[in-house]
Design a binder for this molecule. Structure first.
Ligand SMILES: Nc1ncnc2c1ncn2[C@@H]1O[C@H](COP(=O)(O)OP(=O)(O)OP(=O)(O)O)[C@@H](O)[C@H]1O
Length: 234
């Protein structure tokens, strides 16, 4: 079976600065990966590199059978990479529903399907982007990515700044997307245990290199290794 995503020896950074150092891994369709590591080790840079937003220095990225290493960002989105950036990026002048319909592409994820997953967004569908709570904005950011009918969803710190009860709610949504809907997901998350509880596989970065790969459950059970690799507090 062809892997959905393969990275071979990827080196990338910003300007003259190198961040990612020889990153190689692959994931099958339907797989889910928690991308973990301490602050500043390159997790967001890896997500941005998948979207073509960093300076590529070496290596190859294959997605869905095609070499996308040199592809422009919008073409990667068209190829099926659904990116939910850390900064959410809502438009104050668009309603919730307009955010969703403007990016819609054909596939199983349409307004009805997305509102089924996020009933709160249906209730708020005529509200403007700047009238939403942080949790609702994050739901909208994920819903917007789903409307593009991605083959792979990239979530960059989706729980950042949210109240604990909203974090639990969103985590359950992501679990359902992975387990019940078979969505392929890579999630960057500071809440390491939560991310491991949502995913099948774990990758840990340190200073731009992969220093650990295993099943998420295995890392979740190894408290000593988890705290050494990720410095978890929760
Ligand atoms: N736009 C940028 N220009 C230059 N350097 C950057 C830029 N964004 C990030 N960096 C640097 O790249 C390195 C990796 O940052 P990155 O944001 O990928 O880490 P991270 O693991 O996602 O950290 P965090 O958990 O704090 O978000 C850091 O040294 C950071 O200062």
């Amino acid at each position: 079976m062809t892997d959905l995503l393969t990275l071979e020896g990827v080196c990338a950074g910003y300007g003259e600065a190198s961040v990612l150092d020889n990153v190689s891994f692959s994931m099958a369709g339907g797989d889910s990966i928690a991308l973990l590591g301490r602050n500043g080790v390159g997790k967001s840079t890896l997500m941005r590199t998948l979207m073509g937003l960093t300076r590529h220095r070496a290596g190859v990225i294959r997605f869905n059978g095609a070499d996308i290493t040199a592809l422009a960002t919008h073409k990667r989105a068209h190829a099926g990479l659904g990116w939910v950036p850390q900064e959410r990026a809502m438009f104050p002048s668009l309603t919730v529903e307009e955010h969703l319909t403007t990016v819609a592409r054909p596939g199983p994820w349409d307004l009805g399907a997305v509102y089924e997953v996020f009933p709160r967004l249906k209730e708020r569908r005529v509200n403007m982007g700047n009238q939403l709570s942080g949790g609702e904005q994050q739901m909208l950011a994920i819903a917007r990515a789903l409307m593009t009918n991605p083959r792979l969803l990239l979530l960059d710190e989706p729980m950042e700044g949210l109240a604990p009860i909203i974090i639990q709610e969103l985590a359950q949504v992501v679990r359902d997307l992975i387990r019940d809907r078979g969505l392929s997901v890579i999630v960057v998350e500071q809440h390491a245990r939560l991310a491991l509880s949502m995913t099948a596989h774990a990758i840990v970065l340190d200073r731009g290199r992969i220093v650990h790969q295993s099943a998420s459950a295995e890392l979740l059970e190894d408290h000593e290794k988890l705290s050494r690799l990720v410095a978890v507090a929760a």
